[in-house]
Design a protein around this ligand. Structure first.
Ligand SMILES: [Zn+2]
Length: 413
């Protein structure tokens, strides 16, 4: 056992245990009595159902992560990484092609193994709680489209990274950083017009009371809103949402059809104001800058560790290679990722408060935002009383009750 084995195993087991413990705490924090704030919004039966949903999804998450850690350790200690490498090497192809196949096969095997879990989640759990609208046909075409996209977009990017490390020596990490940055910007730019429509139908919001109210609001905060779409979220689930994508001229806001169905015009304007708040408060740019910097650090560290013999010994490899180094570094990097993700969640929750505040102040009707949040929690069966530690580690949005409390404290004059 060398130092790399110890670091990676410790992280794997540690993060597994942490999530297990916080999930148990989260389940213990479930209370039978409905929080006062939600009286009249939830009836007792529906509230019980929401708690059952938390229980069922938590237990399922626990099963998935147990399966995943056992499988990873088995594959690792049975020498699976080396075994696959020997097979791929026997084909004696170009090293870059070897790399694409090696990583491609690992990803495909992993996806096949996780397929039963995602089928169960969609067609058994979501179905049982009345969320599921996905037909088997949609499920299968989603899978195939996802696969085609990963090959078309991910393939060339991966080939580029492998080639830079193969041919450009010490500066490889810098080229990789530049290339992935350009690539991410490109994908984010084309996503709203080329990628997302592959999965959903986006129709411009039709003229009427809602559109007028939204445009009136957008003008009041000088936000040029040209691309306002309704997305057929109901194709997959009854859950509702709204989001902001793209940037520059391509930026657009999409409201789920399931959202429009359940909310009043005032509430919808509030939801939209929240999304515009993210843009106005520069959260979108902030997210992009952080992820670009993060990629730089990651590629630099990758360049430091990718040639360390010990890393390959830890995985029982007969040969060193850039592609296998990439996978092993990914595992070695996970403790840093774990810590980083906690900071990202803290930042994200702070941004959510800001966007709520922006919405409450600019619409001047904080009550509409609160009503919208309440309806959203009921429609999505959100856990109203998550454990603080669970929130701290996993929540990108503050719990509903805390958001509502914060909005109530905002003065709007
Ligand atoms: Zn938000």
């Amino acid at each position: 056992m060398n130092i790399y084995t110890i670091i990676i195993i410790t992280t794997l087991v540690f993060s597994y245990l942490i999530s297990l413990i916080t999930e148990i705490l989260n389940l213990k924090a479930l209370r039978n009595e409905l929080p006062e704030e939600f009286e009249g919004v939830y009836d007792a039966e529906a509230y019980r159902k929401s708690q059952e949903y938390t229980r069922v999804t938590t237990r399922f998450g626990f099963m998935t992560s147990t399966f995943s850690i056992i499988l990873t350790l088995l594959f690792w200690f049975a020498g699976g990484f080396n075994y696959l490498d020997q097979i791929v090497r026997a084909w004696s192809l170009h090293p870059i092609l070897n790399g694409l196949l090696y990583i491609g096969i690992l990803i495909i095997v992993k996806s096949i193994l996780s397929l039963p879990f995602s089928i169960y989640a969609t067609f058994v759990i979501e179905e049982r709680f009345g969320f599921n609208k996905t037909t088997p046909l949609t499920f299968i075409t989603d899978l195939l489209k996802g696969l085609a996209l990963s090959i078309l977009l991910g393939g060339p990017l991966l080939a580029g990274v492998l080639a830079f490390f193969q041919y450009t020596g010490n500066m490889a990490w810098l080229y990789c950083w530049l290339a992935t940055t350009l690539f991410t910007l490109f994908v984010q730019f084309i996503a709203p017009t080329w990628i997302m429509p592959l999965f959903n139908k986006f129709t411009p919001l039709e003229d009427g009371e809602l559109k007028e109210a939204i445009l009136f609001y957008a003008r009041s905060v000088s936000f040029s809103l040209k691309n306002l779409f309704v997305m057929d979220g109901s194709k997959r689930s009854t859950k509702s949402n709204a989001f902001f994508t793209g940037f520059g001229k391509n930026k657009r806001i999409a409201l789920f059809d399931t959202l429009i169905e359940k909310h009043t015009v005032k509430e919808l304007v509030a939801v939209l104001a929240h999304e515009i708040g993210h843009y106005k408060k520069k959260h979108i740019i902030q997210g992009m800058i952080i992820s670009v910097l993060h990629m730089g650090v990651m590629f630099f560290l990758l360049s430091v560790f990718i040639s360390h013999k010990g890393l390959f010994e830890a995985f029982y490899m007969d040969n060193t290679s850039i592609y296998a180094g990439l996978i092993f570094f990914g595992m070695l990097y996970s403790p840093i990722e774990l810590i980083l993700s906690i900071f990202m969640q803290i930042l994200s929750r702070k941004n959510e408060y800001q966007a709520d505040r922006f919405a409450a102040q600019t619409t001047k009707t904080p009550e509409s935002m609160i009503d919208a949040l309440k309806k959203l929690s009921v429609a999505n069966l959100s856990n109203l009383t998550p454990h603080p530690l669970y929130v701290f580690l996993n929540y990108s949005h503050p719990p509903m009750l805390e958001r509502i409390k914060a909005i109530r404290q905002i003065r709007t004059s």
